[in-house]
Design a protein around this ligand. Structure first.
Ligand SMILES: Nc1ncnc2c1ncn2[C@@H]1O[C@H](COP(=O)(O)OP(=O)(O)OP(=O)(O)O)[C@@H](O)[C@H]1O
Ligand SMILES: O=C(O)[C@H](O)COP(=O)(O)O
Length: 401
């Protein structure tokens, strides 16, 4: 894979595909980790005299402009972090983008509006994605792929655009791939993996692969309830991926055959409804046994006995990979499980990797020092798919000449 050092960027329009998909609450960025992670590449390009065009997705808008998902607050924050003026184009390939880029001086930075406001970005149709990539390509001379969190997406700006421009990997992608490689080759054992979060369907598949690699798999977050249900337990109104139950039963069987320890919650913190993450008004959380969640309650965090159990299973690990919060950490009533796992990683002498936009944000929002972890990855789904050994469209595209 080429790096920025292989490109002549001075005076050139360089399209940087970053992953600036940060958590927002009412238009306020609650964690700017992914913006800070993009700074080394942007700064290096600007200092080398490039006209830097930064593009990203934010959230999952439905292929049309939606002010809730505007990148405007991200552009503003990027300007503060760079301590420089950052231009903002109010569209991605339209008049605003074209005129913003045309007016951009050497060493200056512009941010385009959310790539996913255009249906071509995420289209499954090659021609539609290609047509959008053509329009993006007309804005730039060179392409730098640096959005590690999105490299598992076969999207126009990630997969099709690099084929249309001379390209290289940015510093973030180079760092992320270097660290994750350590988890795929000669892992120090015991190797424990902690999985949680809400993107259950994205993540269940990785377990198949992890059963061949890890010594212990600890499951929490929204994903845990599909496992509890697969074991025949009542899970009330908790998150459930019903169609995955047979697969999950298979994972549990295989784990037993292979001697991989599967750790599931023994108790959960449950609530009557999904909490209001805006007002964060107190709810009425109840601790219940994981095998008897009342029909009218949903599990929203792992309980106190599970926290102790998980910490004990992490204490003697030599390598830990953690993806996905243990509960709805954004609300104080359901944050303790995530805090306990983060603390267990901090206390452990193991090589610890935290992967995922939300997991990394959780660690910072809960007040942990990033330096207490071996590596905090900006990619959740991306790091999992990397560990699965899958071909990631965004990395494959950068590898091609
Ligand atoms: N029991 C639960 N029920 C519902 N949602 C949950 C539960 N536990 C955790 N979550 C939610 O999961 C979300 C994070 O999941 P996600 O899978 O997106 O994590 P990630 O891998 O760190 O991020 P990404 O894939 O975006 O990089 C949080 O917003 C949290 O509130
Ligand atoms: O948050 C993430 O995992 C990345 O930004 C990718 O977002 P997506 O899951 O909406 O494609």
């Amino acid at each position: 894979m080429k790096t920025i050092d292989d490109l002549q960027v001075a005076g050139k329009r360089v399209f940087v595909r970053a992953d600036l998909n940060v958590p927002l609450e009412g238009g306020t960025i609650t964690d700017d980790g992914r913006i800070r992670a993009a700074l080394p590449t942007i700064t290096r390009l600007a200092e080398a005299g490039a006209k830097v065009i930064v593009a990203s997705h934010l959230g999952r808008p439905k292929g049309a402009p939606d002010p809730t998902f505007s990148l405007a607050p991200v552009a503003k924050r990027l300007g503060e972090l760079l301590d420089a003026t950052v231009e903002f184009a109010t569209d991605t390939v339209g008049d605003s983008a074209r005129s913003t880029v045309a007016a951009l001086g050497d060493g200056r930075v512009a941010v385009l509006e959310n790539l996913r406001f255009n249906p071509g970005e995420t289209s499954k149709d090659d021609a539609e994605r290609g047509a959008f990539a053509d329009r993006l390509a007309s804005l730039a001379d060179l392409y730098v792929g640096d959005g590690f969190g999105a490299v598992h997406r076969k999207h126009a700006s990630v997969h099709d655009l690099p084929a249309r421009l001379p390209h290289a990997a940015g510093d973030l992608i180079a760092t992320e791939v270097g660290v994750l490689r350590r988890l795929t080759e000669d892992v120090e054992r015991p190797y424990a993996v902690v999985l949680g979060g809400a993107k259950v369907s994205d993540k269940l598949g990785v377990i198949e692969h992890l059963l061949e690699r890890a010594d212990r798999i600890l499951v929490g977050g929204g994903m845990a309830y599909t496992f509890l249900k697969a074991q025949g337990h009542e899970i009330g109104a908790s998150l459930l991926q019903e169609d995955q139950i047979p697969a999950v039963q298979g994972y549990l069987r295989r784990a037993e055959e292979r001697g991989v320890e599967f750790v599931l919650p023994v108790d959960v913190v449950a609530g009557a409804e999904f909490p209001d993450l805006g007002a964060k008004a107190p709810t009425n959380p109840t601790v219940v046994a994981a095998d008897a969640i009342p029909a009218d309650l949903m599990g929203l965090d792992i309980g106190p006995r599970s926290r102790e159990l998980y910490a004990s299973k992490l204490a003697d690990a030599a390598t830990v990979f953690w993806n996905g919060p243990m509960g709805v950490f954004e609300h104080p009533d359901y944050a303790e499980g995530t805090r306990a796992v983060a603390q267990a990683l901090v206390d452990s002498p193991a090589f610890t990797v935290v992967g995922g936009g939300d997991s990394a944000a959780a660690v910072r929002i809960l007040g942990f020092d990033e330096k207490a972890f071996g590596h905090i990855s900006t990619g959740g789904g991306a790091s999992l798919e990397y560990l699965e050994g899958k071909t990631l469209p965004g990395l494959a595209a950068l590898e091609e000449a």
